[in-house]
Design a protein around this ligand. Sequence first.
Ligand SMILES: [Zn+2]
Length: 284
Amino acid sequence: MPELPEVETVRRTLIQLVAGKRIERVTVSLPRIIQRPSEPEAFAAALAGQTIRTVERRGKFLRIILDELVLVSHLRMEGRYGVYRQDEPVELHTHVIFHFDDGTELRYKDVRQFGTMHLFAPGDEFVMAPLKKLGIEPLDESFTLDAFKQKLAKKTTKIKPLLLNQEYVVGLGNIYVDEALFLAGIHPERTADTINGPEWERLYEAVKTTLQRAVDAGGSSIKSYVNGQGEMGMFQHALLVYGRKNEPCNKCGRLIDKTVVGGRGTHICLSCQPLPKVRGKKNG
Ligand SMILES: [Zn+2]
């Protein structure tokens, strides 16, 4: 699933490809992608005649800003956009086509069919699902150490699922949570309330650093992720633990372990991310 850096890469690419283009009509061949309005015909009718102004991002969602509407799009597992000429053959699994008046088309392809699109009047998108409950943007100025601790520090749940929960901090998925916890030297099964002051500082910096480095590299291309222009991101070559099971840790040389935390495959260096012994545990 694309995480913040991949969605950011798609956003930047889409701006170059579609900003300023006027939508003539829209074809929807898989109605379930369209979540709002409920009728795909109404979705298509509302978009006809609208010009794409820019593309913004909120967490892992794209916000496509039009003249009088905002299209909120989530790629979920394998959704992807591409711009084509009208006469180019339409690939299998293309579910929504935005036909522009200049003879090009923005096509949305989604093999797994989990992606969603919601249409809103500008501003309404922030007070309704799916954006309503989203937490802090980790690359914004509003993401401070205090704000981060305030959201999480008293929780008695494991830190990995907390970081994955988009209601606290947005944009992190399985790859970048594993990377950030490794960089901070924190075991993913530690409960948030056991993490001390210096560790919160390290984790805060690690979240920002990991995401910023990945954004700078154009995201990670793992499995089928490809950005809007069909280019591959490069960050997968810089991953420290994710996808590196049984490879040596870059810091200490111990082989990276893979385990399951909160139902998610989790990569960890057990030397760099030790799990402190629970006090009072039987037999020491
Ligand atoms: Zn290590």
